[in-house]
Ligand binder design. Sequence first.
Ligand SMILES: Cc1ncc(COP(=O)(O)O)c(C=O)c1O
Length: 446
Amino acid sequence: MIAQLETWLADLTGYDTVSLQPNAGSQGELAGLLAIRAYHASRGESGREVCLVPSSAHGTNAASAVIAGLRVVVVASDARGNIDLDDLKQKIKDHGDELAAIMITYPSTHGVYEEEVRTVCELVHDAGGQVYVDGANLNALLQVARPGEFGGDVSHLNLHKTFCIPHGGGGPGVGPVAAKAHLAPFLPGHPAIQQEEHPVVGEGNRPHGGAPVSQAPYGSPSILPITWTYIRLMGPDGLRHATGAAVLAANYMARRLSEAYEILYTGENGLVAHECIVDLRPFTARTGITVDDVAKRLIDYGFHAPTMSFPVAGTFMIEPTESEDLAEIDRFVDAMLMIAKEAEEVVSGTWPVDDNPWWAPPHRGIDRRGRVDPPVLAGDRSVSGQLDRARGRFGARQRTDADPVQVLAAGTAHRPGLRGPQPRAHLAARLREPLAPREPDPCEHR
Ligand SMILES: Cc1ncc(COP(=O)(O)O)c(C=O)c1O
């Protein structure tokens, strides 16, 4: 089964051979870069130790390059988020025979498909370097393009992203490293148990003879049957459909969010890849409300914030993937649009700068699916609304550490914004109660 999965992944990525040993995407990067180093050394070119990393690359890329003993040189991006070709040419020239590799994230962490990706690969190859394509974003490429075909020598994939393994939560993950045949001898082997020979497309089997990158010969083998089954059940058309769904979801979300926020990078046709960067900096400049404030306010609506301030400070990077359904995407967008509306209330002076929903979130009283009562919007019949009023209208920041039960029990009548007698004991008791059982969720099967 493992050998079959290796060949399937090689076929899907356009490479010749795959090692399933790395336990994470970043470990796959390390394995790939070590293979590149060993390849150069085998040709008497061990002086090649510069790794070009575009500013649009994923953050782990530079870290892996350093761990692999390479020197990182950053290549600038242009105004559209693509690799700046002039800067790339200059850096290639500057480093000449020291050039070991470039690491491209494709599509990039800026959420764009590099239009000149083939040219980038050619320029590096012509200078004697190898091309590492970070393939963790393969859920935006699968069955549409293959990194091994557009110029990559080696890539890692994240099974915990594109192939049905949950991303996050502490693992385990698998970051298979896929390579062209000339790198096969340098992919991670294992001195003890791993099968020595691995399938190489068109060549039968060949050993992976590099040093191990993980203790276990096949990394996290217990999850490989999930990926095997996913590929088998989806088939080529199903995998292409999933790619389309991931890209469509990101574009739908970007288009709806652009009603209130700026999308930092788009391609020439105004579209994004499978993720988009929502630029909150103009919003912050106008309203004073920061990316952290929006993140905390999102909790009130039942969402954990998306990736914050990466790869660009002051932004959200949002990646809905193929797995979120339309209702969930709409719910998230609605919350973001509502948050933008709330900010306008502060800008227009309806809500004071120091007494508004942005002070002291998260508030209580909104369930996981955002159905209960956003404290500010629903007229404050909720516990959280009462609590907000008890703390001053929305909860002043200096009181954020206060225990809500204490606040209510201590007597709220003297707080500003309260009218009439307060059912203190009742509220305090309610705050101690466990949450009410949830109504059945029509989407629960997901
Ligand atoms: C583009 C990209 N590259 C590399 C990685 C690193 O993968 P891991 O977190 O498994 O180390 C990720 C993680 O999400 C990623 O999105």
